[in-house]
Design a protein around this ligand. Structure first.
Ligand code: GDG
Length: 486
């Protein structure tokens, strides 16, 4: 029977602990349904790298160590200090001295080598995220003709930004060796098609042929979702636990919640500034609202990440210093992770969910917040229009995260919103979540990747690019705000 090979930078082995992340959540259902082999970096750095295999049920997890220079050049270097900032539209944070691709390509070769030893001709390969763009090329060079798909979890910027990336002309066209390249939103997919049209002169068409030979690379849109109903059930149980009851009892008035990895893309400093402006403009809410920001640290060895840590600490301290009373602090800033159950209960207890990334591929926290709400008395989601989730969550209060006054106004509006409006918005949001439930996500991608799928049978999955993608017309403009009632 064909196996499914999942390849990503990090591998989440069940029961092994580790940092929470969107990828783990996204792949859960796929791992349950298929016989999978999940290969990636073990998280360990060794002069003499080892490769270990762990078996869990029907699935195998292959964990490869990195050499110190690989860690430095591939992970800390090209992936996190060039690709991550530029794909999140932050040319100002990209380290152009890290332009050297060699370490990045070397690790991709290493993963390809491990895979080539294991793959049977009918196995399917599904590669995840920006760390592994060249993997298909490295596999094809070893003579492998398996179906290979790629999914980008983070945004893809327009060619005007992407072409400022060092070595983009060597890297981005390598996606042409995949059979299917998937994105979170139509905007990201349209950006890719525009890049190909501009840089390679490829006709912008739903089925693109890149490189030589007869392999057709296709582009599709596959918005990542969550296990909606399961998360709703989890939250319903969690609000009754002692832990969540104690959190609720300790908060005077209403709770507002933010949950993000400590990452500059998530917009935490400007979000705090918006809250500060809300407090300044709305003294009637003093003592009656508490903002709980849960922020597990990530990538703390990178300078930009330690800088953001300092900025967030100082903003939270400043707000509390200015507005706290003996019996109330406006901000609770927590730097540690919580269990998924505890998180779901805290989402459920919060009247407002504040999700304001400057740019985000999708953002699962927004979806989890919606799923956790009690439909008879739901909270309000404030969501950045620059999160992929904004395409689906049109009944959230959509905000521009660069404009703290607008976010402050949205907080005031959310706090005062009538129950009937909250219920109406929540019902629409919940229906949108079910339409893109994660239980269907892996199936949709794998069906589109399957060799049985003839060209034209893919219309469900393929973004409506057409020639509009080349001209950047309003029909595919990624910046075009979705319709909203706000
Ligand atoms: C990438 C893309 C895309 C967070 N803190 C804790 C915790 N989390 C969980 C959340 C959520 C996940 O981590 C974070 O997912 P996001 O989607 O918000 O963000 P990234 O990690 O940046 O993920 C993103 C995603 O991939 C999937 O495609 O949506 O745009 O950047 O599930 O709940 N989980 C636990 N404790 C915490 O303290 N247990």
């Amino acid at each position: 029977m064909a196996r499914l090979f999942l390849i990503s930078n990090r591998v989440a082995v069940p029961g092994a602990g580790g940092h929470p992340g969107g990828l783990e959540v996204a792949l859960k259902a796929t791992l349950r349904k298929h016989t999978c082999v999940w290969l990636g970096w073990s998280g360990e750095v060794n002069e003499k790298p080892r490769t270990r295999t762990i078996e869990r049920g029907d699935n195998s997890y292959i964990l490869a160590d990195l050499r110190p220079e690989d860690f430095d050049e591939y992970y800390n270097g090209f992936a996190n200090r060039v690709l991550w900032p530029i794909f999140h539209y932050r040319l100002d944070l990209a380290e152009f001295s890290r332009r050297d691709l060699s370490g990045y390509l070397r690790v991709n070769e290493r993963f390809a080598e491990e895979l080539a030893r294991l793959l049977e001709p009918d196995d399917i390969v599904w590669v995840h995220d920006y760390h592994l763009i060249p993997l298909a090329k490295a596999l094809r060079a070893r003579g492998l003709n398996n179906r290979i798909g790629f999914f980008l979890h983070i945004p893809l910027p327009p060619p005007e930004i992407l072409t400022a990336m060092p070595n983009h002309e060597r890297l981005i066209p390598l996606l042409g060796d995949y059979d299917l390249v998937g994105f979170q939103t139509h905007g990201d997919a349209a950006n890719f098609a525009r890049y190909l049209a501009k840089e390679l002169g490829t006709p912008s068409h739903i089925s693109l042929r890149l490189g030589s030979g007869d392999r057709a690379m296709r582009i599709g849109t596959f918005p990542v979702g969550i296990e909606t109903r399961e998360f709703t059930r989890l939250a319903r149980r969690a609000v009754k636990t002692d832990f969540v009851r104690r959190v609720i009892a300790s908060v005077p008035g209403l709770l507002m919640i933010g949950v993000d990895r400590l990452d500059y893309s998530k917009g935490i400093p400007l979000r705090l500034e918006a809250y500060e402006r809300f407090l300044a403009a709305n003294p009637q809410w003093h003592g009656k609202v508490t903002y709980l920001q849960i922020t597990p640290k990530s990538r703390s060895t990178i300078k930009e990440y330690s800088e953001i840590e300092v900025a967030v600490n100082s903003a939270a301290g400043r707000i509390n210093g200015t507005y706290s009373e003996a019996n109330w602090a406006p901000v609770r800033y927590v730097n540690r992770p919580y269990s998924r159950t505890a998180l779901s209960g805290m989402y459920a207890a919060a009247r407002v969910g504040l999700v304001t990334p400057m740019r985000d591929g999708m953002n699962l926290v927004a979806k989890e917040y919606i799923a956790a709400q009690d439909p008879d008395d739901p909270g309000v989601l404030i969501l950045s229009r620059f999160a992929g989730a904004a395409d689906e969550c049109r009944e959230a209060l959509l905000v521009n995260p660069y404009d703290p006054d607008a976010v402050a106004a949205a907080i005031a509006r959310a706090m005062a919103m009538s129950k009937s409006e909250r219920k109406a918005r929540h019902a629409e949001l919940y229906a949108a979540l079910l339409r893109h439930d994660i239980s269907k996500w892996g199936d949709r991608f794998l069906k589109a990747l399957s060799p049985l799928d003839k060209k034209g049978a893919l219309s469900d999955f393929i973004s409506p690019l057409g020639s509009a993608a080349v001209t950047g017309s309003a029909a595919t403009d990624p910046e075009r705000p979705p319709a909203t009632r706000q």
